[in-house]
Each structure stands twice: as C-alpha cells, then as structure tokens.
Design a protein around this ligand. Structure first.
Ligand code: ATP
Length: 618
C-alpha cells in the first residue's frame, strides 16, 4: 500500500473523530434542507450569468483534477443553495451525496458551521473538516469554500470543493479554489467593463501576464480606476473602498498618455515607487482608433444595426458643416445623441447650447434665441440678454423640437443662418456668430413643409442629412441597452447615495430582462429608465427582479398603434379615458410625476396639455 493510500485510511484523530460535547444537541438543531423545485429553478435563473460563465470553459480546465481527487465542485448562490455540481465523490455515503445536488441549502441557519454557509457569512474562504461540521450528517465530509464576488466587490455566490475527509487534501483543494475564484472574478470584471473601459494587467513576470494571479485594473478613458481585482489591490496595498476613482498616475511613475501609447503591447511600470511590474493595456472593445478612448458617439453603439448606421453617419459628418436633423419618437435618445455627437466633434470644448422650441411660449422664442437690448419690451430683464445664438458662438446650437418653432421665428433664424450675424431685439447692431446648428424633432418635418407649417428653405438648411433613431421596441440591442441604462443610473446615484448601504451594481434577473425586452415601450428609453429606477429603489440586493416592479407598472405596457412619424408608435401608457388635465389633477398638479408615469418628457406633456386644451376650445 502506498504512503498516500495509507494516509487516506488514517484520518487525523483531532479533526475527524474529535468528539464534540455538544454534538448530539447540534445534530438535532442543525440539518440541511432542500429547496422546492420551483425555488431552485428561480435561483438557477437568477444566477444564470454566473453559471454560463462557469460553463464557458472555466470549469472544464479542472475536470481532470476533480476526477483524480475524487471530489466534487459545487457553486451556490448567496444563501448557500447549491446550483450546480461537477465531479464525483464515490467514497461518500449515499446519504451525504444527497446534500451535494442542486437545491440543497447549506446556509449556516440550517447547517450551522460548514464551509459554504460560514464562507458566505464571513465573506472569506473557509475549510471545515469532519466533525468540525456542526451538523452530524456532514461529518463524512471535508469541505473548502471561497466566496465569489460581483464587480462591485459584493459576495453573491460561493464555490466549494467537497470530498471525503480521509485524503487530507487541504493545500491542493484550497489552491485550486483560489485560482478558480480569481479566474471568475477576472472574467466577471472584464465582461462587465469590456465595452468602454481599459484593462491593465500586471505581474512581476512577463510570461505570467495571462495568469489569473495577475493584477487587473479597470480604467476609464482618463485613466481613473473604476474597478480592480482583489489580487491587484493586495499587490498595490489598496483598500477596496478607497481604490475607486484614484488615477493610475498616482499609483505608478508614468503618465496616462504614455501608457495609452503602449496599447496592446507590453510595458514595464514602477508601482509605489518601488515595484517594477510587467504590464499590458487592452482597449475597450468599442474603441475604434487604436490608442484613443472610445468616442462618446461610439459608446452609444450597442449592437443595433440602425443605431450603428446613425452613429456611423453622425461620426462622418460631425465636423463637415453639413446640417443634421435628428428624428425619432419621444424618449429615443435624441438629446443624448446630440450631446455625444458634440462631445465627439472638434467643437467639443466649446458650448453646446440647447433650446427646446416646444417649451418656450412662442412670443418669447425670438428673445430667447436672438437676445434683446435693455428695455426692448415690457417684462424683459433690465440688463438685456445676449440670446442663446451668441451664447453658442464657437460651439453648437441644438434646436430641439424644431417643428414647434413659430413661422415668424423661422424666417429670422433662416436669415441668421445665411448671414451668420445676429441682431438682438430692439437694437440695430448685429454681431457675428460662428455656430454649427443641429436640430431634432419627433415629427416628419417634410409633411409640415407640405402643409405650410414649416418653411421649406429653413428645412433644407437644417436638414442636410436626416438621421433617424429607431424606437426602443425595434432595437436589437435592448439587452445591452438595459444594462447601459442601469449603469447610467448607478453612476448618477453614486454621489448622493454614498451612504446608501445598497450595492452599487445592479443586474436584472433573466425573468425581468425577458419582460423588459418584450415591452412596447411607448415612452422609449426614458420610460425604460423610469421603470429601472423603480426596480432599483425597490430591490434589496444587486439583482433586480420582476416582483420589484409595482403592479401598475407591469400593466402599463400597451400594443403599438400608428403614429404621425409614419411608424408604429404605441399609445400613451395607462391613458384610460381620463383627460390629461384630469390625470394631472390626480397627481396633485405635479407635471414631473405625470410625465414620469407616462414615460414622456415634461416638455412633451406640456405640449400635449396645450394641444388638448386647444382642441377643447375649438
Ligand atoms: N444610450 C442611452 N443610454 C442610456 N440612457 C439613455 C440612452 N439614450 C437615452 N437615454 C436616456 O433616456 C432618456 C431620454 O433621452 P433623451 O432626452 O435624449 O430623448 P429624446 O428623444 O430627446 O426625448 P424627447 O423627444 O422627449 O425630448 C434620458 O433620460 C436619457 O438619459
């Protein structure tokens, strides 16, 4: 008999057979439970992203080792419920095997001390061998567990190796688990941030840069730290909560521009003034020109062919002087698109001045646009006003809802665009302006030209090219967009909610994602954003579930009808038979609250109220 075989038959008396004075009490108190099939299925669905990541080759690499050690590997959710199992444990008694299959609940509240439950409770790796388990049914086991963390560092799962306790395999088992958990942590970080962040991998040995033991820093376009793996924080002596937001330049001796110049190549950086590390910087997947951060426009390209076409067109024309008219239903992201276009253009450092032609009373549009001299009209600011056109000098003027511009103002605007000079109201002096103009509308403006509501000459000056943004329900990248909108909400909430104990990372459960993707979204991305905001507020963890949405929100989706855009546009959600004025009264006159419920902007609501009032008077 070989030495290792002898070892296998000789369990350590201290660990395996040590009698516990409380053993019998504990046996009665602690016992693993099984979740119902429905509960297990729900848990599996929630953790699907992690399970498919494990299935994508992470586990396959260790198959042979599991067979050799005759042990099994399980992954559990945050409660300690086993979700999946790999490998066999032929030496374990059948009663024990039952606790290694999906649905078995290893939470400490049922099993007492055990590697899985205790690891999840403490948030660190734990090994429990033989009668160290509180539950007598588990005394035949040696179990080793490591926590798995989300990109925001919160533990959401656990990975455990389970075997009979006779092999004394602690060192190998915990080593394997550490490597696996690092690999999973890295994959999750890379997957989560792959689209618009840089990845800096570092190691003391150039040949080990691909190892899961390498440090990994996730950086934004300016070189600020957005996330990191635990190995990187350990190597650099960073605390998780203080690491975020630090600039890479404060950690090493090189400036960001010089580091970006080495994109995809190897380089050496000196960290903390002492440690020389071999490093490799990888670009975000969507970054187009090598070495440059992804442009704000490209970041909107999440995989929908029509959005891709719109973004490509805008990217080509952004500095050409050709006027662009952005058209799309309310909430499709026209303003976001214009802001991204401006930020990506040569005029990015100059002002982008937006004016919403639907929101300003028609008699004030001229004053707002062209400005006025002192005492130009009753009620005017006594100091005069230079007007939005001159405010935009050197930059870009964004005329939102251009279809609502009064005809008289259209004539004056046309003159300004032809002469490139502005004359304020009440004054004879004209001022030169250097502006690019970009306009947006939800209306088919060409039809307004045909009916005489919009000047043809102004239309052709503003519409060198029309860029159409697809409604959300027709976009093929809805899944990516849901996560992008969530990421935006988390970023927005980060500052004011710094003391909020809720996790800073959210992801929809498969069921919620499915539901979100199926909805007709009459209010497009704005409505989706509002729904996600509600889910985030209702959720008590990082996973947003369908049941986090109030029933009225779930019921508010309606089938598409035909709109003035000439495309399918659903009716307003939950419109019922109440007039807008009545619904406004129900909201205590709060325009924002009603607009939010309808999934439209305040401006659009205000306009619809005016239209309804006019229709009632007619
Ligand atoms: N690509 C995107 N990623 C994340 N959020 C987005 C995106 N596009 C739009 N949004 C969000 O959707 C909402 C509506 O966007 P935006 O105001 O640009 O739409 P719009 O078409 O100009 O609407 P309206 O016609 O009603 O003025 C905003 O709150 C914005 O933050």
């Amino acid at each position: 008999m070989s030495e290792s075989a002898v070892d296998r038959r000789q369990p350590s008396p201290q660990r395996i057979n040590r009698a516990s004075p409380h053993q019998h009490t504990e046996d009665r108190q602690w016992h693993p439970r099984r979740c119902s099939a429905a509960d297990t299925a729900q848990r599996l669905a929630t953790m699907q992203p992690l399970l498919s990541l494990l299935g994508q080759g992470v586990i396959a690499e260790f198959d042979e080792m599991l067979r050799h050690w005759q042990c099994c590997l399980v992954v559990t959710d945050r409660d300690g419920v086993i979700l999946e199992r790999w490998g066999e444990t032929p030496l374990l008694p059948p009663a024990c095997q039952a606790w290694l299959s999906p649905g078995a609940h290893w939470g400490e509240r049922y099993c007492g001390r055990n590697a899985i439950g205790t690891c999840l409770a403490k948030g660190r790796s734990v090994d429990v061998i033989g009668d160290e388990h509180a539950c007598g049914a588990l005394h035949h086991l040696a179990s080793f567990a490591v926590p798995l963390k989300l990109p925001n560092d919160n533990v959401d799962a656990c990975l455990a190796l389970l075997s009979d306790p006779y092999r004394n395999p602690t060192r190998h088992h915990s080593g394997l688990l550490q490597v696996l958990s690092m690999q999973i942590e890295n994959r999750r970080l890379i997957n989560h941030y792959r689209h618009d962040h840089y990845r800096l991998t570092f190691n003391s040995n150039r040949d080990n840069l691909d190892s899961p033991r390498s440090g990994l820093l996730i950086l934004d376009g300016q070189g600020r730290l957005v996330a990191s793996n635990s190995r990187a924080r350990w190597l650099l002596g960073l605390e998780a909560e203080h690491a975020r937001g630090q600039h890479l330049e404060s950690l090493c001796d090189e400036n960001w521009q010089a580091i970006v110049a080495h994109l995809d190549g190897d380089m050496t950086l000196r960290f903390a003034g002492r440690y020389h590390c071999h490093c490799r910087l990888a670009a975000p997947i969507s970054a187009a020109p090598a070495g440059a951060p992804a442009s704000p426009l490209q970041r909107l390209d999440l995989g929908d062919p029509r959005m891709h076409q719109a973004i490509t067109l805008a990217s080509r024309l952004k500095d050409s002087g050709i006027a662009m008219l952005i058209r799309g239903e309310t909430g499709t992201g026209k303003e976001v698109f214009v802001k991204a276009l401006h930020a990506a253009s040569r005029r990015a450092s100059q002002p982008l001045v937006a004016i919403n032609c639907a929101a300003i009373p028609s008699e004030l549009v001229e004053a707002e646009l062209f400005g006025y001299v002192r005492g130009a009209f009753t009620g005017a600011d006594p100091r005069g006003n230079i007007g939005r056109l001159r405010e935009a000098d050197g930059g870009r003027l964004f005329l939102d809802e251009i279809g609502d511009m009064p005809l008289a103002v259209q004539a004056r605007l046309l003159r300004v665009l032809q002469e490139r000079r502005v004359t304020p109201l009440g004054g004879g002096v004209s001022y030169p302006v250097d502006i690019e103009v970009i306009a947006a509308t939800h209306r088919p403006l060409i039809e307004d030209v045909a009916t005489g509501r919009f000047r043809a000459d102004l239309f052709y000056r503003l519409c060198g090219v029309e860029i159409l943004l697809p409604p959300l329900r027709e976009r093929e990248d809805r899944q990516m967009l849901v996560q992008a909108v969530l990421d935006g909400l988390i970023r927005d909430a980060a500052e004011p909610l710094r003391d909020d104990p809720r996790p800073g990372f959210s992801t929809p459960s498969p069921a919620l994602l499915d539901w979100l993707i199926q909805q007709p979204w009459p209010g497009n991305i704005r409505q989706l954003e509002n729904v996600l905001r509600v889910a985030m507020a209702m959720a008590d963890g990082p996973v947003l579930e369908l049941h986090h949405l109030p029933a009225n929100l779930l019921a508010s989706a309606a089938p598409p009808a035909t709109s003035s855009l000439g495309e399918a546009t659903p009716p307003h959600p939950a419109s019922g038979s109440l007039s807008l004025a009545e619904r406004l009264a129900e909201h205590g006159g709060n325009l924002s609250a009603l607009a939010r419920q309808m999934g439209i902007s305040r401006t659009t609501l205000y306009k619809r109220l005016r239209e309804q009032a006019a229709a009632l008077q007619a």
